[in-house]
Design a protein around this ligand. Structure first.
Ligand SMILES: [Zn+2]
Ligand SMILES: [Zn+2]
Length: 178
């Protein structure tokens, strides 16, 4: 876990680059058990931290490759993810002054920090989790598995679909005859 004390940030700001290993990343995903995924690479973080009065502005970039299971064909696939963010952190229990609120708080996301400590690991992990697809698919046009015979329809088609179609047509024919 990578945390930074407020007084460790110099007036001119701080540029940081670090790696977040899989073991520590896994500590952050306990609450995300609804999504089935794994980390294929460590997370790479690059951030710029600047004080703005009592608040802290963090801009940065995070990159990681995740591994998902396709919700349609159940195949595992790599999912490279990269995102940039801009976040303003206000000290908890101290409402931001009017002046600070005006400084772009509309276009920037804001959050809080407690005890004069910025939990950078947590912040960058959250940025990744915001980008995780709710229903990951291996490719946009993934055909999935046949619900009848379980065949991967991306590799080859099976006869089941045709049968289904056939029965619909015969049902229609019957309707017309009636
Ligand atoms: Zn798929
Ligand atoms: Zn089939």
């Amino acid at each position: 876990m990578f945390a930074l004390k407020l007084d460790e940030i110099p007036e001119q700001g701080l540029d940081l680059q670090w790696k977040e290993e899989k073991a520590s990343l896994l500590g952050y995903v306990k609450d995300l058990s609804r999504i089935d995924f794994d980390f294929e690479t460590p997370l790479q973080a690059e951030v710029k931290i600047q004080k703005a009065g009592q608040s802290v502005v963090i801009t940065g970039k995070v990159e990681v490759t995740l591994r998902f299971q396709c919700v349609r064909c159940l195949k595992e696939f790599s999912y490279p993810l990269a995102t940039t963010f801009e976040l303003t952190l206000h000290p908890l229990k101290e409402a931001p002054s009017e002046e600070e609120t005006e400084v772009g708080s509309e276009e920037m996301e804001s959050s809080f920090f407690e005890g004069g400590e910025i939990h950078l690991s947590e912040i960058v992990c959250e940025q990744i989790f915001l980008e995780i697809p709710y229903q990951p698919v291996c490719q946009e046009g993934c055909k999935g598995l046949c619900p009848k015979c379980g065949k991967d329809l991306n590799l080859s088609s099976c006869g089941c679909g045709k049968e289904e179609l056939g029965s619909v047509f015969s049902a229609l024919k019957k309707l017309k005859l009636d």
